[in-house]
Every structure is written in C-alpha cells, then in structure tokens.
Write a protein that binds this ligand. Structure first.
Ligand code: P6P
Length: 343
C-alpha cells in the first residue's frame, strides 16, 4: 500500500486552503532539518556529538536560561537555523538557545512567518539513549512589522498557524497540525521521506495514566497535592479508579504516549522557584503541544487557564502545564479553581 508523503499531504492542505505556499515550504524546511537531526542523534557515540557542549574557553556552555547545553543541543539549533536560511529565510526565528529572535536578512524576500523552536527537548536523556525531540511553533509575522523583533513573537498560542514535534525514538516521527487535526508521519529512512501513518489522532477523553515527576511532590501547592493524593488513592479514593504512572523526563516522548493512548502530563508550579510559574517554556514547549493536543480532542491548561489563551510577556517565559485527556485535565484544573475560589 503506497502511503501519502508529507509533501503530498501539504500540497493537499494547500489545495484545501489550510496553508499557503510559503507556510508549506517552511514546514518542509523544518521537516528536512528534523531528518538531519535524526541522523545526528542516531549516530550517538559513533560521532562526537554526545556529552556537554563547551564554550571557546573550554568552560561548559549554557543556554540563555543558564542551563547546560549538550553538543547535540547546539548542533540541532544550528541545523534548524541553517535550514531556514537555505529555505530562503521564510521566518524570523526564536529558539531556546537564542537570547533574542533572529531577524530575516533584507537580502532575502521577507518571510511572513515567525518560527519558534526547542531544537532538542529532553536533551538530558541524550547520553542515556532515551527518546528526545524537536518542538516547533509557527506564528504569522505582524503585517507591516518591518524588522522582526522579540515583541512580534509575543502572541497567544491560539494564534499559531502550525505546530509540531519530531520525536527521535525507535522510529522518527513527525507530529503536525496546521489547525485541521493532528497527524503523524513516520520517517521512511530508505526513501528519506516522512510518510503519513496516522491521520486525525484522537486522544481518549478519560484515562488511568498520569505523567509527573513525583520526586517534587513536597514542593507543590495544596490543590496539586490534593489532586495527586486522590489519584494515588485509586479506586477506594474519590476518583474511583486505579491509576498507572509514567515519567520519561522528555516532554516530547511523554506527550507522544498521551497522544497515542491518552493520559495526563503535568509539570506544576514548584515552591523552590516561587516566582517561576513552572519549568516548561510557554512559547516553544507548552503552546505547540497545547495546539497538537487540542486538535486531537484533548485539553491543555496551566492549572487555571487554557494555555492557548495566555498572552505571553516575554520570549522565554515559563508556565505550569496540565495537558492530555480532556476529562482528566478538566478534573485537575477543577481542583485548582475550587482551591482559589475558597480563598
Ligand atoms: P525533570 C526536559 O529537560 C524538560 O524540559 C522536558 O522535556 C521534560 O518533561 C522535563 O523537562 C523533565 O523535567 O525535572 O523531571 O527533569
């Protein structure tokens, strides 16, 4: 059975008016970069890409948020920037690895899009051979905006025109939405192309599986403590069913499991960083994942608000994340809203 390629899928989406030629080319460029990243990830120890990146002075290299960078983080970031350049600078770029957005040089036709990405999410798993991934989000550049600047990126997640991730696991999968469902493409390494293997993913509305880093439990706020305690109470407790737990510590891998079989993924506020709403970044982790999950019939909140409604204040701002099976996300959010209502 001949499967539909990503290229054919995007041509169809363009014919149906879901995307325009420039956005189609941008998505193709990102997919091509993900194929190159997949090759680099797959080489592992056979190439000099494992371990921590070092700066010119030999010190450990850190990203804009002061987090240690892996060599593959830096390489993946470079591959995505180079791909956008090769593709004709279709978009100004902002990345976890970049302090400020990278404008589109005047030498090229001005791209109408803004591309945000986490080049290699979950990179702490690289050295232990656990699935990692690339997350990307596409916004429209404001009309007549002139030289792109950080402020142009500060649009709510509901303004995204495309979102996706590539998970580098036993197989390399590209999961994509352009606002008409969430679809899965598998990299056919022999053909060197992504082929459609699952159209219109639907997340089961209820679940018996939650994903959270339980070692942080003592640092959570009361409604989060109450919610998880009720999950752990199982069928004798108020939720009336036994739950299973998973935590891969790679958002892309955890979210892909939830897209595939349901579940709830949570990274909540933590009293160790009281001024920080959460660990995950709104613009290039939470927003794209929230679009993919909602397009698959799931839900995504920060425990109180729909993630896609949040108006960003800065490029690298963080947010608490509750996403996955609709009924479970609504239940977890209810614990927080009822706690707030009690004052
Ligand atoms: P922790 C990876 O560093 C990441 O940003 C997400 O991919 C993942 O879900 C989370 O952080 C893991 O965090 O605190 O459990 O290591």
């Amino acid at each position: 059975m001949s499967r539909m390629s990503l290229t054919r899928f995007l041509i169809e989406a363009q014919r149906e008016g879901h995307i325009n030629p420039q956005l189609r080319l941008l998505i193709e460029v990102v997919a091509r970069a993900c194929k190159r990243i997949s090759v680099a990830v797959g080489k592992g120890a056979l190439s000099d890409v494992l371990g921590d990146a070092v700066s010119g002075a030999g010190a450990s290299s850190v990203n804009v948020q002061g987090e240690a960078q892996k060599k593959l983080d830096v390489l993946s970031n470079e591959i995505l920037l180079e791909a956008n350049a090769w593709g004709g600078h279709l978009a100004a770029c902002a990345s976890e690895e970049m302090e400020h957005c990278q404008p589109i040089p005047d030498a090229f036709p001005r791209g109408n899009y803004l591309l945000l990405f986490d080049p290699l999410d979950g990179s702490s798993n690289i050295d232990v051979n656990v699935s990692i991934g690339t997350i990307f989000s596409v916004l429209r550049a404001p009309d007549g905006a002139g030289e792109p600047e950080d402020a142009h990126f500060l649009q709510p997640g509901s303004a995204q025109v495309a979102a996706g991730y590539c998970v580098y696991g036993p197989s390399t999968l590209l999961v994509l939405s352009v606002g008409h469902g969430t679809h899965v493409f598998t990299l056919d390494r022999e053909q060197g192309s992504f082929v459609l293997t699952r159209r219109d993913v639907r997340i089961p509305e209820s679940t018996r599986e939650f994903a959270i880093n339980m070692s942080n439990q003592r640092h959570w706020e009361p409604p989060m403590q109450a919610y998880v305690a009720d999950l752990l109470a199982g069928r004798e407790g108020p939720r009336g069913k036994d739950y299973n737990m998973r935590w891969i510590a790679s958002m892309v891998a955890d979210v892909h499991r939830i897209l595939t079989r349901g579940g709830i993924f949570i990274y909540p506020w933590d009293r160790r960083e009281p001024d920080r709403p959460g660990k995950l970044r709104l613009m290039y982790e939470a927003n794209p994942m929230a679009m993919l999950v909602e397009q698959a019939g799931g839900a995504a909140t920060d425990g109180r608000r729909r993630i896609l409604d949040i108006q960003p204040g800065s490029l690298h701002e963080r947010v608490a994340v509750f996403l996955g099976s609709k009924d479970e996300v609504e239940a977890a959010t209810r614990y927080h809203r009822e706690h707030d209502a009690r004052g």
